[in-house]
Write a protein that binds this ligand. Sequence first.
Ligand SMILES: Cc1cc2nc3c(=O)[nH]c(=O)nc-3n(C[C@H](O)[C@H](O)[C@H](O)COP(=O)(O)OP(=O)(O)OC[C@H]3O[C@@H](n4cnc5c(N)ncnc54)[C@H](O)[C@@H]3O)c2cc1C
Length: 337
Amino acid sequence: MKILVIGAGFSGATIARELAEHGHTVTVIEKRAHIGGNAFDYLNEYGIRIHKYGPHLFHTSNKEVFEWTSKFTNWIPYKHKVKALLADGTLVTLPPNKETAEKVGAENIIDIFYRPYSKKMWGVDMEELDPDIFNRVKIREDMNEFYFPDDLFQFLPADGYTQLIENIFKHPLINISLNTPYAPGIENQYDHTFNSMPIDEFFQYRFGQLPYRSIKFHTKTIAVPSVFPVSVINFTHKEPFTRATEWKNFPGHGTHSGFTSITVEEPCDFIDNEFERYYPVKDIQGHNKALYKKYQNIIPSKMTFIGRCGLYAYLDMHQAISSALKITKDFIDNAKS
Ligand SMILES: Cc1cc2nc3c(=O)[nH]c(=O)nc-3n(C[C@H](O)[C@H](O)[C@H](O)COP(=O)(O)OP(=O)(O)OC[C@H]3O[C@@H](n4cnc5c(N)ncnc54)[C@H](O)[C@@H]3O)c2cc1C
């Protein structure tokens, strides 16, 4: 079959590779000037690796996903730790653990860490958000200081995410066109299309716009060897910034002795950030999911929506890969029957 894949992130790459392995011819179009989607990274002039769209940590307990992804990269073991900066200048572990609770008082945890974060990150009070969002960063009652305490596989790709995704795309039946946004009707030239563009944009917002949160990334390189004791520091203050990443503190992200690069994140509505859609908004009433369902009901038969913006779901990389592997398997099984 002739297949079109819209979007060269993890979802599009996984589907393109699996279908090419099964003998299908795959054309990938990507509106940005680079592959990798939001996992794109690059080396700056100091040899420091920057993740352009925020720090990406690969973590999963899904063995199938880990083994599939391992075909395309070597790994550097890395277990992520995050510290939160308190008003008195001290650092405590995040998600809050026993030590954090002892320092700030267990009864203050919600007001210090979750309430201000919710306002900055989502632009609303935490009561208006689906509690699922906060379950991702659970409060711990032990001294564990890892951000993903339960995941079996926690690694960084040895040569970066862009190289990993380039390796996924490296197949004679896959062709990629960068700087190529979806043009209406192009799908008619193909037997099937896998589409990771925002579903509401594809349908020209006929039922209304699906909301997203976005982030403005402020990156600076400064002439000091190092600033933070860990890679990521979260802010608890009232300023609009949520966290800062010092890239060199991730293993394999550069060793420059005189300079270090830091990115500070400022969340905003996606409309205030050139329509860069990062996080689907899970409202407690479920209005956004209901709007998504209206679009889902009118998807043409020769098209499958995939990925974060196609499914309007918060997907980590391992979930994007897992979902794409399942979608491809179902497609191949259906084509056979
Ligand atoms: C700030 C931030 C931090 C994150 N941290 C982590 C983390 O630590 N760990 C983790 O596992 N995951 C993390 N993620 C999630 C990770 O980025 C996603 O799981 C992954 O990128 C999903 O891949 P995708 O292909 O579904 O979507 P995307 O990466 O968004 O790729 C979609 C692609 O489609 C392209 N596209 C869109 N519209 C069009 C169009 N009209 N025409 C052509 N192309 C189009 C886009 O340019 C993009 O390249 C993070 C995400 C963000 C935003």
